[in-house]
Design a protein around this ligand. Structure first.
Ligand SMILES: [Fe+2]
Length: 297
């Protein structure tokens, strides 16, 4: 639907560690089920739920009161802010636009990666978000106009969930370093271009050189990592009564805590050693394909 069957097969077979671009396949349902017009329509009709909309200007977020009322984005306010050069981000469209829900479910069935899809509208000559990295792999689809993506190699290894987030680790001097070095890759996406951006790559997307508004979709693929499998293995320990017996308050006393931890560690090792791997397979596969909760991604 996004990459074409051959490129999709390649992506699943050899997970990418550097960015690359493709052309949306001719038979992609993108365009029929979602277009720049559909996305603008959410704003123009007042249908966009404000909890799922962020507005940025030069890298900074605006307070929702500037553009929303009664839990919806106000069409007139949206137009004023777009005219001022603000970027609109319509988050998790898969949760409120059913055709994109089908897309994300399909991606998850094929890859085992849960995720969501977000749309961005950036007026020409402007920029919404600036330098940052994300905790997931992105597949960007340009629907209208153009956007320039300046990309740099990851600054940290394997950022995941709230570990090693760019907002937490940020050092202001990095931007000067990146600007001086120049990007490792630079892609100018135009209509029908697709960018595969691996987790952790630093990006500075902008429409400063564009002559018309840019509208793109970002499909997020939250990759599974050993931590995720480990949590499910240990989660299954709830079925073992030894993991449900009380640790009395005395066991939580700092003086007693080392013994408590050693005891639980021994239990965990014993439990995991006895785990029936074959029995875990369907549960893990089902979780990979179906689990969507933000708490467990
Ligand atoms: Fe990003």
């Amino acid at each position: 639907m996004l990459l074409g069957s051959e490129a999709a097969h390649d992506l699943v077979a050899a997970w990418p560690d550097r960015p690359y671009t493709l052309t949306l396949p001719g038979d992609s349902p993108i365009g029929r089920v979602i277009s720049a017009q559909t996305i603008r329509g959410f704003l123009d009709t007042g249908c966009a739920p404000s909890a799922y909309v962020n507005v940025f200007h030069r890298g900074e977020g605006l307070h929702p009161a500037r553009y929303s009322s009664d839990d919806r984005v106000l069409p007139a306010s949206a137009q004023v802010l777009l005219d001022k050069g603000c970027t609109f981000q319509l988050r998790e469209l898969n949760r409120w636009h059913p055709p994109l829900g089908v897309f994300c479910a399909g991606i998850q069935a094929e890859t085992g990666c849960a995720g969501y899809v977000t749309a961005f509208i950036t007026p020409p000559g402007h920029q919404g978000l600036d330098y940052h990295w994300d905790q997931y792999l992105s597949i960007v689809v340009q629907l209208e106009g153009s956007k320039t993506w300046e990309l740099w190699k990851p600054r940290v290894d394997a950022p995941y969930r709230d570990h090693s987030m760019s907002t937490d680790l940020w050092q202001d001097e990095w931007v000067a370093q990146w600007m001086q070095a120049g990007p490792d890759y630079e892609f100018e996406l135009t209509v029908g271009d697709v960018l595969v951006l691996p987790r952790g790559w630093v990006h500075n997307p902008h429409s400063r050189n564009a002559s018309e508004a840019s509208v793109h979709l970002t499909f997020v693929l939250k990759e599974r990592v050993p931590q995720w499998v480990a949590e499910r293995l240990i989660g299954s320990a709830i079925n073992d009564v030894r993991f449900r017996t009380v640790i009395p308050p005395s066991g939580l006393d700092p003086a007693q805590m080392p013994e408590t931890i050693k005891g639980v560690r021994a239990l965990v090792i014993d439990y995991l050693n006895g785990l029936n791997v074959e029995e875990m397979v369907p549960a893990l596969r089902h979780a990979a394909e179906k689990e969507m909760s933000h708490a467990t991604l």
